[in-house]
Design a binder for this molecule. Sequence first.
Ligand code: NIG
Ligand code: FE
Length: 406
Amino acid sequence: MTDRPTLLINTTIATMIAADVPYGLIEDAAIVMEQEKIVWVGARADLPPQYGLSETHDLEGRLVTPALIDCHTHLVSGGNRAREFEMRLEGASYEEIARAGGGIVSTVKATRTTSEDDLLSDALRRVDALIAEGVAVIEIKSGYGLDQDTELKMLRVARRIADERPMSVHTTFLGAHAVPPEFKGRADAYIDDVCIPALKAAHAQGLVDAVDGFCEGIAFDTTQIARVFDVAKELGLPVKLHAEQLSNLGGAKLAASYGALSADHIEYLDQDGVAAMASAGTVAVILPGAFYTLRETQVPPIDLLRKHNIPMALATDANPGSSPLTSLLLTMNMACTLFRLTPEEALAGATRNAALALGLDQQGTLTPGSRADFAVWDVIHPAELAYRIGFNPLHTRIFGGKIEDA
Ligand code: NIG
Ligand code: FE
């Protein structure tokens, strides 16, 4: 990157700015970036003359979109759960495995005993898979430690990813993910004695950008989640929630009452929850990878979300149990095929609305003033991104104005 502005020409751009034109598409477009920011976007014919002397890159007709954003992941974890995959194929359900001490708790054991460096190198392989598909921003949750030391270790690993790779990382404290074995049957004590103190310690060390929980029969009820959210509020941290994934406990409504950034999964979300999310401006994060892996049959209420103009984001939910998925492009395809999202909704879900789910207003669209994070694709039309299965047409990734080859 030079100090001179950089001009990208000979491209079609999907600005993803919500407007009358599908995808905010501009043909024969140009983009000017300076330092880490976009300074001008539009039809090439309208390019202001002062940018004529910029360092110019010919994109040879390729499509530019905002870089992708994966707004819900559990990318840092120890071990894997291939054995559980086998058990599920032999007939056991996700809930049965969890109740028998498998599931999240088995990843907790592995994460506690894996060193910080090993967790990092393992996570980087998954991060690299996302980078290869044009992802520039990821959210990473803790929640496989369930003791203070390991929760903090996971969050430090998440922060280190941004030093190791050209990637922006947003961390989320998910201490209320499951009850650890040493607190079996004592969920309230776990929340008070471990989860809340660990949240305060992680926050004091600058390791937390947001707070999440798992509101479900196999995890925590709304009263327990509310206690964690009260502390988040005291600390000035935004909240989000794994809600209504396997049943309806009213988690989304609770989250909305705290002004949550997002309610995630939401297969069992009802009219009441949708209305609460709409009035709080809470984003719906759709996670088709977990739906697919667990062979769920209850589809999130997409039409209701549309009717209430609730922004829908998409994410991989990358985790070793319910969604061992590290492809956001495949996630987009699944959202269309399984949940009937349009390819435009899918791309908005992995860009503009994913940014909203992270509380970012300077990312996820191609707008002057936004960060210059783009993906350059070898496709003609943006619908191709969600249409193909297992194909990666990324040509170049641009991160903070810096051009990388894919
Ligand atoms: O988002 N729903 C809860 N948490 C994860 C699953 C984690 C696991 O099974 O390890 C999820 O699907
Ligand atoms: Fe999750």
